[in-house]
Structures are given as structure tokens and as C-alpha cells.
Design a protein around this ligand. Structure first.
Ligand code: NDP
Length: 351
């Protein structure tokens, strides 16, 4: 693919983010020219690691300014691009004051990006980063169903983040369905589970925060919550495959492994890091204690509603249709931990 990719330019929105950064790396390593959007070109420090990587690979990487909440910049961003990976979307650790703080940038931002693509005359395909939050949320809490791409979250019954992801993905499918023939481009969607894996700089993404907390023992025990985890490097590969493979057009792909409780993640981390001087907690946080602690911790307050919930999703479609594969999650957890230490997000210890 690398040789064929040489003349293709890919726009990656939100290039300063955790997943987008790995997408930029994956594209550069496969010979694509990459343009990334950032909210401000003045914050060059947020993308310095990508510039250094492009230089070391002899790859082509440039940045342009565009904000999901504003029209300016998007036309310039997509001009001359063959593909767009639309990754940017607000992903906060806490519930926002108002749900529109998440929903408007997610939904209106998606429409802005897609409008610019339709007008570009060059963009052939957009791959949008959605989430299992657009698939498996807002349903009956006790359901034991394994969710697939046929399922949609019930947005009316979701907190603001899954609601924003569900509405943004629906907006994208509606947008491409309504396009006139002369403006048409293809859409494919990746629905990642809980994304872990090595951070590329000291600006850690929201999802690795739990690994930081465990390694720093910021919590004395593990809340009974869990996720369907996946490695950020595999998510970047999934985006590239969904961009390259003709049959991926018009499809959404869940990319996530088997459900893991935080306790299970903690045990893997404890095996690796406790002999190196860390004190990863592996016990279970009793619900009443979690409930009390949530009064002082906004992230715990958000987690409270998910206590006991299993995230059962199937990635069979991505495996069979994209030829996608996941690396073992224990390796992902260990490598996340080491990268957090390397970038100073978790203090280094002796041993
Ligand atoms: P990050 O917070 O690291 O990245 C989010 C990116 O979106 C940042 O580059 C951020 O820019 C950008 N962004 C946020 N708001 C705006 C805005 N108004 N205008 C322009 N850019 C904006 O999160 P992740 O990398 O983890 O998430 C990336 C995508 O993946 C999101 O769509 C998220 O919903 C999705 N996802 C993430 C999962 C996870 O577990 N991490 C799981 C499933 C889906 P800035 O740096 O300026 O803040």
C-alpha cells in the first residue's frame, strides 16, 4: 500500500488527540501525506511529537486551524484531500454543565466537516470515529445481549457523551444519504470500545486516565465498572483499513475486545508494576463507599450509573470484512503503563 499511497492526502481532524495522533502515525508509516486540523496553530506544542515523527520518517505532515464549532477553516482543510478521518469530538472526563456543550460540537462539527467534503470535489471517502457509545448505551441495564453494528444506542436514555456520539453518527449517515449525485462521497464508521495503549506525549487522552489513577493509587480500590477495551494502535489500523478497502463503504465497524472489569485491568497492571515499586489496588470498592466518594469526585459520579454494567459487543464484522485483528489486551495495558511513566504522567519508581 505504501507506494500507491504516496500521492494520496488524508485529512485527520483533531490531530492533537490520543486516537488521531496514532492515526497520523499509521498514515505516515504507510506513505500517505497527512494534513491535521488543530483548534489553534499557536499551540504547536500539542503536535510537536507528530512533527518530529514525520521528520524522522521523511513524511509529509502539515497542520491547519479549524474548530468544530465554527465554519472557518474547514473548506481550506479538505481542499485537495482524497480521504478524511473525522476523529475530533469533545471527550471529557466529566459530565458537562449543559449537554449541548458536547452535542453541538459533535453533531454540528460533523456536518461542517461533511459539507466541506461534499464541496471539495476531491474527497472520496470519510471515515468517522464513532464509538460503542453509539451502539450499546441507553438500553435496559440488565440486558445480557451482545451488541453488533445493527444496534443503536437509545439517545433519549443516555448521558451527554453517548448521546453526542449517537447523534453525530446518525447525522453523518443522514448527510451522505441525502447527497446529490454530483456531490457524493463514501462514508465508513469505526465504533471503538474503550481505547487504551501508549500515549504519544504528556497530553494523555481521557480513557487512559483510569490507568494513571490505578498506577498512582489515586483510588484505594477498583469500582465495579468495566469496558470493552481495545488498543489505540489497532484503532488506527482499523481507520486505515476502513479508508482503503472498497467494501468498507457504507459500513460501521465495532472494534473492541471482550469486557474487562477495572479489577481485571488492575490485576494485570499489578502483576507487571507492583514488583517495580507501584501499589496498584486490586480490591473491589464497595458500592456505598463509591457512592459517598462520588459526592466529591465528578468522574466517579459519572461512573456510578455504570456500576455492574457489562459492555458486550462483537467485533466479528471488522475481523471478517476488514481483516482487522486485536493485539492481546494484557500487552496493551502494560505498554500503556510504561508510556505513562515515560511521559511523566505517572512518577517513575526504582527497580
Ligand atoms: P482526545 O480528547 O484525546 O481527542 C479529542 C480531539 O478532539 C482533540 O484533538 C480535541 O482538540 C478535538 N476537539 C474537541 N473539541 C473540539 C472542537 N470543538 N473543535 C475541534 N476539535 C475539537 O480523545 P480521543 O482521542 O480519545 O477521542 C477521539 C475520538 O474518538 C472522539 O471522537 C471520541 O469520541 C472517540 N472515541 C474515543 C474512545 C476512547 O476510549 N478514547 C472510545 C470511542 C470513541 P484539542 O486537543 O484542541 O482539545
Amino acid at each position: 500500500m505504501a507506494v500507491a499511497a504516496k500521492n494520496k492526502t488524508v485529512l485527520v481532524t483533531g490531530a492533537s488527540g490520543f486516537i488521531a495522533g496514532h492515526c497520523v502515525r499509521e498514515l505516515l508509516e504507510n506513505g500517505y501525506k497527512v494534513r491535521g486540523t488543530v483548534r489553534s496553530l499557536k499551540a504547536a506544542g500539542k503536535t510537536a511529537h507528530l512533527t518530529a515523527l514525520a521528520d524522522s520518517l521523511g513524511g509529509s505532515l502539515e497542520f491547519v486551524e479549524a474548530d468544530l464549532s465554527r465554519d472557518d477553516g474547514w473548506k481550506q482543510a479538505v481542499t485537495g484531500c482524497d480521504y478524511v478521518l473525522h476523529v475530533a469530538s469533545p471527550f471529557p472526563l466529566e459530565v458537562p454543565k449543559h449537554e449541548d456543550d458536547l452535542i453541538r460540537p459533535a453533531v454540528d462539527g460533523t456536518t461542517r466537516v461533511l459539507k466541506a467534503c461534499a464541496q471539495s470535489g476531491t474527497v472520496k471517502r470519510v471515515v468517522q470515529t464513532s464509538s460503542v457509545a453509539a451502539v450499546a448505551f441507553g438500553h435496559d441495564k440488565d440486558a445480557t445481549e451482545v451488541y453488533s453494528e445493527k444496534d443503536w444506542s437509545n439517545a433519549d436514555n443516555c448521558d451527554p457523551y453517548p448521546k453526542s456520539k449517537t447523534l453525530a453518527e446518525k447525522a453523518a449517515w443522514d448527510f451522505v444519504k441525502a447527497l446529490p449525485a454530483d456531490k457524493r462521497f463514501e462514508l465508513a464508521v469505526i465504533n471503538p470500545g474503550f481505547v487504551l495503549g501508549p500515549v504519544m506525549n504528556a497530553d494523555a487522552g481521557t480513557s487512559v486516565e483510569i490507568i494513571c489513577k490505578l498506577l498512582k493509587r489515586d483510588m484505594p480500590a477498583c469500582p465495579r465498572i468495566g469496558f470493552a477495551p481495545v488498543d489505540v494502535r489497532d484503532i488506527a489500523i482499523a481507520h486505515r483499513l476502513a479508508m482503503e478497502q472498497p467494501a468498507a463503504a457504507g459500513n460501521r465497524y465495532i472494534c473492541a475486545g471482550d469486557h474487562l472489569w477495572v479489577e481485571d485491568m488492575a490485576k494485570i497492571l499489578a502483576d507487571e508494576f507492583n514488583p517495580r515499586g507501584y501499589r496498584v489496588p486490586t480490591g473491589r470498592l464497595p458500592y456505598p463507599v463509591m457512592w459517598l466518594a462520588a459526592r466529591f469526585d465528578k468522574a466517579l459520579r459519572l461512573a456510578l450509573q455504570y456500576v455492574g454494567r457489562k459492555e458486550e459487543v462483537s467485533c466479528a464484522k471488522a475481523v471478517h470484512e476488514l481483516g482487522w485483528a486485536m493485539r492481546p489486551i494484557d500487552r496493551t495495558l502494560r505498554e500503556t503503563g510504561y508510556s505513562l511513566i515515560e511521559h511523566g504522567l505517572v512518577p517513575a519508581r526504582g527497580a
